[in-house]
Write a protein that binds this ligand. Structure first.
Ligand code: IPE
Ligand code: IPE
Ligand code: MG
Length: 243
């Protein structure tokens, strides 16, 4: 399918590089995470302005618990601060927030703040922001299988469409564009199932520096891609049609 001049419906982002951004400034890593929240708010607004319907960001991975306790608790605290600082703005800007991930492992206070963000934005429809928190692509596949088994889906009736209905992102189309900032070229256990046909864009920009310019670069890159989904290229399809 030709994606020229197309705006992706769904953009997924691995917001990486906060620690290095802070280190370059001789600041603690937490400072980078804090600036990362501002970059997130900027980016969500920019996505909404461009008509993107869904933005899904990786905020805390299943593996991030392995970081020093100090950093983990800093990140948990940042959730509380972010919700109290930005929730009203998000409500006003029409952002619908959803949290995807295993919230059974997070503290009651953090869970309550995340619940509140979902609850108070549930009538919004300008843009859908999904925050992947204690999320892992492998966790997602396993939890979907568990739910399917509990729902009584039999081995013979289980297919891709059925399992998709139990995946954490079942409310959204698969991401069209998958952006990772911070210079690493890997998925790091983000949306493994859903990103099967996403266009991947890797940027050296450290997440706290991300904004409209970097988003537009990624969108321009996306618009140049020929999404084939296993078909022949769109140029070849035209040739075949003419012949
Ligand atoms: C991404 O930035 C944010 C989280 C994983 C929470 P990092 O903290 O991974 O920053 P770098 O990769 O060390 O620079
Ligand atoms: C991925 O970044 C997770 C988030 C952005 C939340 P990491 O910094 O944890 O990934 P690795 O460890 O470099 O693969
Ligand atoms: Mg990192």
């Amino acid at each position: 399918m030709d994606s020229a001049n197309r705006i992706p419906r769904h953009v997924a982002i691995v917001m990486d590089g906060n620690g290095r951004w802070a280190k370059k400034r001789f600041m603690p890593r937490f400072f980078g995470h804090k600036q990362g929240v501002d970059a997130l708010m900027r980016t969500v607004r920019a996505c909404a302005d461009r008509g993107i319907e869904y933005v899904t960001v990786f905020a805390f991975s299943s593996e991030n618990w392995k970081r020093p306790t100090e950093e983990v608790s800093g990140l948990m605290g940042l959730v509380l601060v972010t919700v109290s600082k930005y929730l009203t703005k998000m409500v006003g800007e029409g952002v619908r927030v959803r949290i995807v991930g295993d919230l059974s492992q997070v503290s009651d206070r953090v869970r309550a703040a995340l619940d509140e963000a979902e609850r108070s934005t549930r009538h919004n429809s300008r843009i859908n922001l999904s925050v992947a928190f204690n999320y892992g692509g492998r966790w997602d596949v396993v939890q979907a299988c568990r739910q399917a088994i509990e729902a009584g889906v039999s081995a013979t009736s289980l297919d891709e469409a059925t399992l998709s209905r139990f995946m954490a992102m079942n409310f959204a189309p698969d991401p069209d564009l998958f952006i990772r900032t911070g210079g690493e070229v890997r998925i790091s256990n983000f949306l493994l199932w859903q990103a099967a046909y996403s266009e991947l864009v890797f940027s050296d920009c450290l997440w706290p520096d991300f904004g409209e310019k970097q988003l537009d670069e990624a969108l321009a890159d996306y618009a140049r891609r020929d999404r084939r989904f296993g078909l022949v290229s769109s140029a070849d399809q035209l040739l075949t049609a003419k012949a």
